[in-house]
Design a protein around this ligand. Structure first.
Ligand code: APR
Ligand code: PHB
Length: 392
């Protein structure tokens, strides 16, 4: 068995693990990142690309903001539509700051490139059987197999950045964990097409037929979603069916100008809200999807992972410098912001989607709330300050 020592062992080489590794390395803290999948697989994942201002600042401070600054699209508003109206919410007017559209794949690529360019240990890909030992002691260690060899990493801290299906959350004893979950009775069917976006900003549409979202990656790469039954499969939605349904749900002006084309990616994702408390147990901390999942309606997944990294990196840098109390506040600080984003994502999802047991009354309540959002500066401020991101 090979055996090495590091200060922080990070399980998971997605956005959370890579950003934490980058920040800690720049603070002079030694890390190892263990990733189950090949890099190409990690980079092939298509995920929401709306970055809050705090996320952009964190990436810039971590030294991975250059391409984002060049290629990211600053959005100062979004459109919201229902059966009888479509209007724009201006983020600058209602919340004083914009968001940036920049694919999560690009964020992850930039983080991999930064690690490659640094003298930090390369991400270890293809690991199997990662097991976290002694998290409730002061001398934790991690074991795993790679290339047919057993490995052990002794460390001061273990950070679970291994997503919803990872091993780290399950390492915390059930008696210690409190988990709450809401599984939504629908999914999102997503399509990527090499076509110009239907609008220069996003469109969130509540239609009696179900939710639809028009988004983008760049001026010739569009991302669209329609709400679909969780029992559906991507192959149940040939392109023509998808485009027809999208047109029926978007506001009329967008439906008329929509440019369609062959899908280059098509997938159906279930929607859930999930939170695990606490986000720390002894020397093990959870970050990002390992601790919480939000429906993508509010585009909070990646942004919450980044704010977790913000709180945790502050604590770890202090702890590695001899001030352990910084870690004592990590879980409470992170969860305070997580719960607010979970609420917002749940509220926006409930406002915009059709539920199987819906009645005409529920549709009318949704349309009335959307009309209120259209007509009230106060309602738009509440929407916008959550959408652009609450302060860390
Ligand atoms: N051992 C090693 N790596 C693992 C293990 C394991 N046992 N289990 C999972 N992983 C890896 C996955 O292969 C994945 O690359 O951990 C990584 C977790 O990455 P994400 O799921 O992307 O989670 P996170 O980094 O927290 O990013 C959160 O990205 O996926 C989106 O919707 C998510 O927007 C959110 C953001
Ligand atoms: C996306 O572009 O994939 C996207 C954008 C905004 C969302 C969800 C997904 O709210």
């Amino acid at each position: 068995m090979s055996r090495i020592r590091t200060q922080v062992c990070i399980v998971g080489g997605g956005p959370s693990g890579l950003l934490l590794g980058q920040i800690l390395h720049r603070a002079g803290i030694d890390t190892r990142i263990l990733e189950r999948r090949p890099r190409a697989h990690v980079l092939s994942r298509i995920r929401a690309g709306v970055l809050e201002g705090g996320t952009v600042d964190m990436l810039r401070r971590a030294g991975v903001g250059d391409r984002l600054a060049r290629e990211g699209f600053v959005h100062t508003g979004t459109r919201v539509a229902s059966r009888d109206r479509a209007f724009r919410i201006d983020f600058a007017e209602s919340a004083g700051k914009p968001v940036t559209v920049y694919g999560q794949t690009e964020v992850t690529q930039d983080l991999y490139d930064a690690r490659d360019a640094s003298d930090a240990a390369p991400v270890i890909h293809g690991v199997e059987g990662v097991t976290i030992h002694g998290a409730d002691t002061d001398v934790p260690h991690v074991t795993y197999d790679a290339g047919g060899t057993a490995h052990r990493i002794d460390c001061d801290w273990v950070v679970g950045c291994d997503g919803f299906h990872g091993v780290s959350r399950r390492t915390i004893p059930e008696a210690v964990r409190t988990e709450v979950e809401r599984v939504y009775p629908f999914g999102w069917l997503g399509v990527l097409s090499e076509t110009p976006p239907v609008d220069h900003e996003l469109i969130y549409a509540n239609s009696p037929r179900g939710f639809a979202l028009a988004s983008m990656r760049n001026e010739n790469l569009s991302r669209y979603y329609v709400q679909a039954p969780v029992t559906d499969r991507a192959e149940d939605w040939p392109d023509d069916r998808f485009w027809d349904e999208l047109r029926r749900r978007l506001p009329a002006d967008a439906a008329e100008t929509l440019v369609t084309g062959p899908s280059i990616e098509k997938s159906l994702a279930p929607l859930r809200s999930f939170i695990c408390e606490p986000m720390r147990w002894g020397r093990l901390c959870l970050v990002g999807d390992a601790a919480h999942i939000v429906p993508p309606t509010g585009a909070k997944g990646l942004n919450l992972a980044v704010s977790d990294v913000h709180y945790l990196s502050e604590g770890l840098i202090a702890a590695c410098g001899g001030e352990a109390e910084g870690m004592d506040r990590y879980s409470d600080r992170a969860l305070a912001r997580v719960w607010k984003a979970v609420r917002y994502s749940w509220w926006f999802t409930t406002l915009m989607h059709r539920y199987p047991d819906d009645t005409a009354f529920h549709q009318k309540m949704q349309e009335a709330e959307i009309a209120y959002l259209d007509g009230s500066p106060a309602a738009r401020t509440v929407f916008a300050e959550n959408y652009v991101g609450l302060p860390f």
